[in-house]
Design a protein. Structure first.
Length: 466
């Protein structure tokens, strides 16, 4: 290490410099010290108020002349500063340290003056001993009070020695002054050593706390990133069998799918497939609950739906029974339930199977609405699943709009007005999923709109599953 480096090291040590710290470390140290010093100073201010009150009264009653005038003036000024420190609204937090330094300077200066006055006038040995001990104790307290002194400790040591030379000046001829000055210097050096020891130990502890917190924050950040990656993967798996945003069958039936998740992992699910005889099958489900647990239930239902693709024929009742049985097995420790609606669009007819789900709304060419309320139990509650589907004949000479969804978007169910539903559908077709902003429920939102065109012979179907 070069001489310049050694000088810089000594300088940083004596001045408590934070040059070697990063900006984050400096900010943390300053904030930590500021909060703790503020509490300490408020505590000291209350104590000094009581101390100076009683010391002023005691000096007035007991202190001998002529030092009584000096000591009474000193403690009166200290009492005034203590009152200002405690009660003045003009003293802000960042000015408290200046008040504390003023108190220390006045305190030790008054004590030194009292010693000087005692030595310059006839006195008893006991008077000199009392004033001298008071001066030594005051300078020790002033120097060692590191929380209020800061890097001004070096000036405090020099100030103590200068006051000592002045206070004990009358003893210079007898040679006793130098012994007392050595005592003052020894007390001040000891207090300064205590200050630096406490200050640097405190800074090491604060920096240790900073790095510990940083490590915890980094660990938590990595954990959150890992969870987010898992959620993204789960979201991709959940949407892998989702139907396209827009589907048009070879026979002109147009279906559009709109979905907005309340959380990153949703509890609403929709699907589309065709059967061997050309029917279109739309499925919509709403899992009880939200978040990861609801997403796992959706994944189980989706697996059963994918398994059903192996059979070109689709029986809605049998499949709903299989879903109900799976949910009962999964919910042995904690129930897993959902509502589901399955709409089968055939030639000139639709059939709606509801397992506790919201109704389907059918609009004809004149925009009159028919609400289809299927009957059935919620899935995952009872082993005996009671289903009563409802059928509706389509007039081939009129176009029809069929709307199905979940209660997050169709929260009024059978009480919904046709104008409200048509307004929502028109806005969905115009601005997309942003139209769900008018639905204020804190839930996933899902809508499927199916347009069946005018045809004397409606033939709906696909040759393969979608």
């Amino acid at each position: 290490m070069s001489f310049k480096s050694k000088v810089n090291t000594v300088y940083d040590f004596l001045t408590l410099s934070m040059r070697g710290l990063s900006a984050e470390e400096r900010s943390f140290v300053e904030t930590w010290q500021g909060s703790h010093q503020g509490m300490f100073e408020r505590y000291v201010a209350r104590i000094l108020l009581f101390v100076f009150t009683f010391s002023t009264i005691g000096i007035y009653l007991l202190s001998p002349m002529p030092q009584r005038v000096v000591e009474l003036s000193t403690h009166s000024a200290l009492l005034l500063l203590a009152l200002i420190w405690n009660f003045s609204p003009l003293i802000k937090f960042n000015k408290m340290s200046y008040i504390s330094v003023m108190i220390g300077v006045i305190f030790i200066t008054g004590a030194a003056t009292s010693v000087r006055v005692t030595l310059e006038n006839p006195h008893r040995d006991v008077d000199l001993a009392m004033t001298a001990s008071f001066f030594i104790g005051t300078l020790l307290l002033f120097t060692a009070n590191f929380r209020l002194q800061g890097a001004r400790i070096l000036f405090s040591v020099i100030f103590n020695v200068i006051l000592g030379v002045w206070a004990y000046g009358p003893l210079k001829t007898s040679g006793e002054m130098y012994n007392l000055l050595m005592l003052i210097f020894g007390y001040s050096a000891f207090a300064a050593g205590m200050f630096y020891s406490n200050a640097h130990r405190s800074r090491r502890e604060i920096l240790g706390e900073f790095h510990t917190r940083n490590q915890l924050i980094q660990s938590e950040r990595l954990r959150v990133e890992a969870v987010e990656q898992q959620i993204l993967l789960a979201n991709d798996i959940q949407d892998c069998l989702a139907p396209p945003d827009k589907f048009i069958s070879p026979h002109g039936v147009e279906a559009r799918f709109f979905k907005r998740k309340y959380h990153q992992l949703g509890g609403d699910w929709m699907a589309l497939r065709t059967t061997g005889n050309g029917d279109l099958v739309f499925a919509v489900a709403d899992v009880t609950g939200k978040g990861v647990s609801a997403a796992l239930v959706v994944h189980a239902v989706q697996s059963l739906w994918a398994q059903a693709f192996a059979n070109p024929d689709f029986d809605a009742v049998d499949w709903l029974h299989s879903v109900n049985a799976a949910l009962l097995v999964m919910g042995q420790n904690k129930p897993h339930t959902l509502t589901m609606g399955i709409l089968v669009v055939s030639k000139n007819q639709i059939r709606y199977f509801s397992a506790g789900h919201v109704p389907v709304h059918v609009f004809n060419g004149q925009k009159s609405m028919r609400t289809l309320l299927g009957r059935g139990n919620i899935l995952g509650v009872f082993p005996d699943l009671q289903l009563r589907p409802i059928s509706f004949e389509l007039d081939p000479s009129q176009a029809h709009l069929i709307v199905m969804g979940t209660d997050g978007a169709l929260d009024k169910g059978s009480r919904a007005r046709s104008s409200q539903i048509m307004k929502l559908i028109n806005e969905l077709h115009t601005v997309g999923e942003d139209a769900f902003e008018q639905c204020h429920s804190e839930d996933d939102k899902l809508i499927v709109s199916i347009e069946v065109p005018v045809s004397e012979q409606v033939e709906v179907g696909l040759d393969k599953a979608v």
